[in-house]
Design a protein around this ligand. Structure first.
Ligand code: GLP
Length: 253
C-alpha cells in the first residue's frame, strides 16, 4: 500500500487525478471504476482540464460506476448517473455507451444485481477502481455488516449514511433508503485501487480502515488484502495516521 499525503484538497485531487491519467495514457482502452460523493469532485475537475488541454483522452475507455440509489432515475439531480454526467462524462470524450451505472429504477433487485455483475465480469473488472470512504468505513455502498458481500447487491442504507447524504437532498426524508452497489468481489478484482479521502471527519475511519483489523464492520479494511492500493489524502484526513504511523506516509506537498 502506498499512502500519498498532500497539504490541501487541491493537491490531493491533483495527485489522485494523475494516477488515473497515467493509467489511461499507458493503456487507452482502460476500464475505469468510478465513484461518486464529494471527495472525487476535485480530481474529476483535473481530469476534465487535462482532457481539454489534450494531455489525455478517454475515447477508448469504458467505465463502471460503483453504485446508484434505488428509486431515483438518471435525470434526478441527486442520482449518481446525473452526478457523473455533470462532474465528468459531459466534460470529457468518453462515449456515453461505454459508461455503466446500476439502474436505480429497476424494481427487480435480483435481476438488476445479476445484470450489473455480468457487466462488470464481461468488462474484465476495472484496471483502476476509484473509491471514496464513507464516514462509517463503507466503500461504494457496502455498509458495515456481519459479512462481506461478494457480488452486486441491494443494500439498505444505514442511518449514518442517510444522515451524511441528507445534505445533498432537500430534506432527510427524500434520501433514498436503499441502493445497488458493486460488491467486495468487484472492487477487490480491480487491478489497482485508488482510495481518496479528505477532511478531519475522515481521519479516524481512515486509520481504522488501513491499519485496524480486517473486518466487514469496517468494509474498507478489506483493502489491506489488495496487492496494489494507492491512497491519496489531505493533511486533515491523515491526522491520525500521521500520529500513529508517520513512516507510512509519503508527503508530496
Ligand atoms: C456515498 C457514496 C460513496 C462515497 C461516500 C463518501 O455514500 N456511495 O461511494 O465514498 O458517500 O462520500 P463523500 O466523499 O461525500 O464523503
Amino acid at each position: 500500500m502506498k499512502i500519498y499525503g498532500g497539504k490541501t484538497y487541491e493537491q490531493m485531487s491533483e495527485k489522485a487525478a494523475s494516477v488515473i491519467a497515467a493509467q489511461v495514457i499507458e493503456k487507452p482502452r482502460s476500464v475505469l471504476g468510478l465513484a461518486t460523493g464529494s471527495t472525487p469532485i476535485g480530481l474529476y475537475g483535473f481530469l476534465a482540464r487535462w482532457y481539454k488541454e489534450k494531455y489525455v483522452s478517454f475515447a477508448q475507455c469504458k467505465t463502471i460506476n460503483l453504485d446508484e440509489y434505488c428509486g431515483i432515475g438518471p435525470d434526478h439531480d441527486q442520482s449518481y448517473a446525473y452526478f457523473m454526467r455533470e462532474n465528468l462524462f459531459d466534460q470529457i470524450d468518453v462515449l456515453p455507451e461505454n459508461t455503466n451505472i446500476p439502474n436505480g429504477l429497476n424494481p427487480d433487485a435480483a435481476a438488476e444485481c445479476a445484470r450489473y455483475d455480468k457487466v462488470i465480469e464481461d468488462l474484465g473488472y476495472a484496471d483502476v477502481q476509484l473509491l471514496g470512504l464513507g464516514n462509517n468505513g463503507h466503500i461504494g455502498f457496502n455498509e458495515p455488516a456481519a459479512a462481506f458481500v461478494p457480488g452486486v447487491n441491494h443494500v439498505m442504507l444505514t442511518e449514518s449514511t442517510i444522515n451524511a447524504n441528507a445534505r445533498f437532498f432537500a430534506s432527510r426524508d427524500e434520501v433514498p433508503k436503499s441502493a445497488y452497489t458493486m460488491g467486495i468481489k468487484g472492487i477487490m478484482n480491480a487491478r489497482k485501487i485508488l482510495l481518496v479521502a479528505n477532511g478531519a471527519g475522515k481521519a479516524e475511519i481512515l486509520e481504522k480502515a488501513l491499519f485496524g483489523p480486517v473486518t466487514p464492520e469496517v468494509p474498507a479494511s478489506v483493502l489491506q488484502l489488495h496487492r496494489d492500493v494507492v491512497v491519496c489524502a489531505d493533511e486533515a484526513a491523515l491526522s491520525v495516521i500521521s500520529q500513529k504511523h508517520p513512516e507510512e506516509i509519503e508527503w508530496f506537498r
